[in-house]
Structures are given as structure tokens and as C-alpha cells.
Design a binder for this molecule. Structure first.
Ligand code: SF4
Ligand code: SF4
Ligand code: SF4
Length: 382
């Protein structure tokens, strides 16, 4: 079971694209956290993934430590416990970083790349730039947990700085893993879409240069499309377990199928119960039965099996239904596939050692990769 605790509705930043709902000083109580953990460990599972989310979860540092200690106690030696924290790192200190390392946390760090890009969308609540505080926090945590993921959110207002931002993270900050998660919750006009396409192509060129030089950075929109090309699509286990083996707990104790849906915690149609009474099985079953994709256009699409059109949260935000997607996702997926296929083919054809090691020898464990696994083919840009 994957359980995410949304520790608070509060945050010290005021990101323009925040989907965590209106900020308020309402946090989870210890009682709710304890009950949520009892709930999480009540299923017959040999592994529990415990995530912390918000608002900014580090604003509730003592609660986070308490919940972690309790989860470790519940897991004991019989259940494998994975811990993740999604944070803006403005409240990171060397002591906290030590503690996170000691407890083997995996971190998702939200920073929008270079100063120019970050300052467009991620100020402190006061309006002042949070860039220096974020970079300070990133440096602290990177020195102890280098294998973390930086999450960059391009927006129509900031996408022109995206390629520079990814370069900054990988070359200057030595981050190995970067996720580009566009703000799907806003309008992307033609100029903004063009900006996204240019940025993805530029990042593709950088990726070529990095792999040719022997570096192996991970960039999500390229990597997933290379992998799904080689595997001929997402497999079931690649897709999230929205509402089934994956749940989020709001500070109130209400249950949602994914942390992105907690938002203001209005208890509406996406609320599937609470930790005191358990699942509302009727609502949960209705939501689970709708997962997937029913867009007629997708049926004949050549990259259908490689497309994220099944992300229920993004679909819900875009169309009000969890199984129908919309234009921006389509544009993003086609652009990502086109860029990944072009550079994947080039790196394969030239037998780039770093590329083969990353995608064939390591990820696919094939003893004879260049003859048994097909080269990526090419998908046209939208
Ligand atoms: S740091 Fe996260 S929770 Fe806080 S405003 Fe930004 S996106 Fe929202
Ligand atoms: S529904 Fe989408 S955002 Fe939510 S966990 Fe699944 S893939 Fe992620
Ligand atoms: S790329 Fe567009 S048409 Fe193709 S499967 Fe994805 S959303 Fe559907």
C-alpha cells in the first residue's frame, strides 16, 4: 500500500500554479497521523510506501518525525518500509538532512530550475524570492542524499527558461534526476506550446551531449518515452494504483485516491472515506471502475500505449472526469515521444556506451542487447 500523509494545508511559499488548495494553518493532529498509520498497516502487504506531502510537510517537522518513528515500529522486521518526502527545501537544515539520511528517505525537491525561471512562479508568501533559500536547502540535502529528484514545473510564463533550468540543475548543481512536470492546470496558448516544444528539443540536444560525454542524467520526459518505446508501452505495474493500492490522507483524516486530489479537502466526489470509518466502498468502486482512457482520438494513436493519458488527477483537473484527457497532455506526450525517439535512435545507432549501459545493459539486463532489443524508432513532432 502507498500512503501519503498530507501533513498540513499550510505553506511558506505561494507558487502561482499550486494545486494544494487555499493555504490555511490547519495541520494533521498526532491522533489522525497515528490512526492513518494503523490504517496503512492494516492491509495484508509486505511493503508500505509512506510519503509526506502538503502544503509544505517540513512545517510539521515534529509530526513527521513522530509518524516516521511509529511507521518504523509498525513495520518492524516483517514489512518493508519506503519513505518519501516532497518538499520545497526552504526549511532544510544540516540536522534535518542528517535525520532524513539516517531514516533512508527518498526526496522529491520542488525547485523551478534557474533563478530566472524559479522567480516567475515560486515566491515566498511575502512575495520575496525564495530562490536562495531553496538552493541553500538543496545544497545541504544533496551533500548527504545525492540520489534525489528535482521537480521542475514549467508554466506558460516561465517555459522559455526551461532548457537553461535543466542545464543548471544537471551541470551546475550536479543533480542526477530531474522531472519536468508541466503545469497542466492552466491555459497553454500557441506561443506557450511553441515554447514547450523548443525547450524539449533543446533539452534533447543537451541530453545527447551529456550521454556522449559519458554522463547519464535522468530526465523524466525523455527516459519514460525511451523506456516505453523499448518495452512497447507502459505495463500495468508502471501505472499508478490510484485509489486502489495508493491513497492520500488529508489533515482531517479524509481519504483520497491521490495526494493531488486532497487540495482544500472539501470531502467532495473524490473523497473515498476516512481513516476512522474506512473506505466508502461504493464511491471508491465507482472511481476505480472509471480508470483508464476513453478519448475516441486515442484509439488510433500510434503512441497510445506510451501515453500518460491515464493519469486520473490530470484528467480530472482538465476535463472533470478521470478517464478523459485533453489537448495539453496530448501535445506534451507527442512532443516528448518525438524528442526521445529522435535522440534515442541517434544514441543507439552510434552505440553510445552511456546510453546502452543505461537503457539496455542495466535496465533490461539483456546479455546481447544490440541484436535482441529494437532500436527506438522515430515519432514526428506534433
Ligand atoms: S511549495 Fe508546494 S504546497 Fe507550497 S505553494 Fe508551492 S506548490 Fe503549493
Ligand atoms: S493519478 Fe496521476 S498524479 Fe496521481 S499518482 Fe497517479 S500518475 Fe501520479
Ligand atoms: S498522444 Fe494524444 S491522441 Fe495519442 S494517446 Fe496520447 S492523448 Fe491520445
Amino acid at each position: 500500500m502507498d500512503v501519503t500523509l498530507s501533513l498540513t494545508h499550510d505553506c511558506n511559499l505561494a507558487c502561482s500554479y499550486c494545486y494544494a488548495g487555499e493555504k490555511r494553518r490547519t495541520s494533521m493532529t498526532t491522533k489522525v497521523a497515528d490512526r492513518a498509520l494503523d490504517f496503512a498497516f492494516s492491509f495484508d502487504a509486505d511493503e508500505v510506501q509512506l510519503g509526506y506531502f502538503g502544503g509544505e510537510p517540513m512545517m510539521e517537522w515534529e509530526l513527521l518525525q513522530h509518524a516516521t518513528a511509529r511507521a518504523e515500529e509498525l513495520a518492524a522486521d516483517s514489512i518493508k518500509l519506503k519513505k518519501t518526502l516532497t518538499t520545497n527545501v526552504t526549511m532544510m537544515t544540516p540536522e534535518r538532512a542528517e535525520w532524513l539520511k539516517e531514516h533512508e528517505f527518498y526526496l522529491g525537491v520542488s525547485i523551478d530550475g534557474c533563478r530566472k525561471m524559479h522567480d516567475v512562479t515560486r515566491p515566498f508568501v511575502s512575495g520575496r524570492s525564495s530562490f536562495d533559500a531553496c538552493i541553500k536547502g538543496l545544497d545541504i540535502i544533496l551533500s548527504l542524499i545525492p540520489d534525489l529528484e528535482v521537480i521542475v514545473v514549467p508554466d506558460p510564463m516561465s517555459v522559455q527558461h526551461l532548457a537553461e533550468s535543466i542545464r543548471f540543475m544537471i551541470e551546475d548543481k550536479k543533480v542526477h534526476r530531474v522531472s519536468v512536470n508541466p503545469n497542466f492546470y492552466t491555459e497553454w496558448d500557441d506561443e506557450a506550446l511553441d515554447g514547450m516544444k523548443k525547450a524539449f528539443e533543446e533539452i534533447g540536444e543537451q541530453y545527447l551531449a551529456w550521454y556522449r560525454s559519458g554522463m547519464m542524467p535522468q530526465v523524466n520526459f525523455i527516459d519514460t518515452k525511451v523506456i516505453t518505446q523499448l518495452k512497447e508501452g507502459y505495463s500495468c505495474k508502471d501505472k499508478c494504483n490510484f485509489g486502489e493500492h495508493e491513497i492520500a490522507v488529508a489533515p482531517s483524516g479524509r481519504l483520497y485516491p491521490c495526494e493531488r486530489l486532497v487540495a482544500t479537502d472539501d470531502g467532495g466526489e473524490m473523497c473515498i472515506g476516512n481513516i476512522f470509518d474506512g473506505f466508502d466502498e461504493k464511491k471508491r468502486a465507482a472511481i476505480l471502475s472509471q480508470r483508464g482512457n476513453v478519448n475516441p482520438d486515442c484509439l488510433s494513436c500510434s503512441i497510445r500505449s506510451r501515453c500518460m493519458n491515464w493519469c486520473c488527477c490530470i484528467n480530472y483537473a482538465l476535463t472533470g472526469t478521470i478517464n478523459r484527457t485533453d489537448g495539453i497532455v496530448c501535445f506534451h506526450e507527442q512532443t516528448a515521444a518525438a524528442v526521445a525517439d529522435r535522440i534515442g535512435s541517434m544514441l543507439f545507432e552510434e552505440r553510445c556506451p552511456a546510453f546502452l549501459r543505461r537503457f539496455y545493459y542495466e535496465d533490461f539486463s539483456d546479455p546481447n542487447p544490440d541484436t535482441t532489443i529494437p532500436s527506438p524508432t522515430q515519432t514526428p513532432l506534433p
